[in-house]
Design a binder for this molecule. Structure first.
Ligand code: 13P
Length: 248
């Protein structure tokens, strides 16, 4: 069985004080054990050390991005090696905000996933269609192309969690219905079976992101192919605990 996975993407938010507050809430929460749910929070780079040092040991941290290859003369970038050096186990790559606002192409994201894995990081790889793409009926073609760009570059999916985040659902309050999420997750699993292997399709966690909150998480979590969540806004609030608990 695939272990439930809940990620909290804090995006470009917070101050040191706010980070300490969120960490405090998480540290005091009663959540299911690590055998039942894997919990990872993703603060902005500059808060990774403080968050990591204060957080309970059963909640891990992730960076929100990293450079596409070995560090060097790339002003403003943070390399995978640096994350490894700080003992940061996870990185989020290919988030739609970076694809859209910073022009990250499918191929560039594939290269990033490949390099991050080669350095020993675990990757939350994000994919998802825009509203226009959904309305024109190209959802599956879009997410398959995004997944293929990653699959073409990597040898093992052991350290990859695939996050399906429809762009129209991110930060909009318009969560995908459980049926909509399940449909795409099942198609993605089928794509993995046909294009990678039956084993990878069976074992890879496919998590949903986009307006997940304490109220809608339970029904989404009940879908056969929804293996967890990547949460934005609600991960900054105490209701993140309820989302973690939807694992059981
Ligand atoms: P919201 O939960 O705020 O819609 O954001 C989802 C997201 O982008 C997580 O990566």
């Amino acid at each position: 069985a695939r272990k439930f996975f809940v990620g909290g993407n804090w995006k470009c938010n917070g101050t040191t004080e706010e980070v300490k507050k969120i960490v405090n809430v998480l540290n005091q929460a009663e959540i299911p054990s690590e055998d039942v749910v894997e919990v990872v929070v993703s603060p902005p780079y500059v808060f990774l050390p403080v968050a990591k040092s204060l957080l309970r040991s059963d909640i891990k941290v992730a960076a929100q991005n990293c450079w596409v290859r070995k560090g060097g003369a790339f002003t403003g970038e943070i390399s995978a090696e640096m994350l490894v050096n700080l003992d940061i186990p996870w990185v989020v790559l290919g988030h739609s905000e970076r694809r859209a606002l910073l022009n990250e192409s499918n191929e560039f994201v594939g290269d990033k996933v490949e390099y991050a894995l080669s350095q020993g990081l675990k990757v939350i790889a994000c994919i998802g269609e825009t509203l226009e793409q959904r309305e024109s009926g190209s959802t599956m073609a879009v997410v398959a192309a995004q997944t293929k760009a990653i699959a073409d570059k990597i040898k093992s999916w052991d350290n990859v969690v695939l996050a399906y985040e429809p762009v129209w659902a991110i930060g909009t309050g318009k969560v995908a219905s459980p049926a909509q999420a399940q449909e795409v997750h099942a198609e993605l699993r089928k794509w993995l079976a046909e294009n990678v292997s039956a084993e990878v399709a069976q074992t890879t966690r496919i998590i949903y992101g986009g307006s997940v909150n304490g109220g809608n998480c339970k029904e989404l979590a009940g879908q056969a192919d929804v293996d967890g969540f990547l949460v934005g806004g609600a991960s900054l609030k105490p209701e993140f605990i309820d989302i973690i608990k939807s694992a059981t």
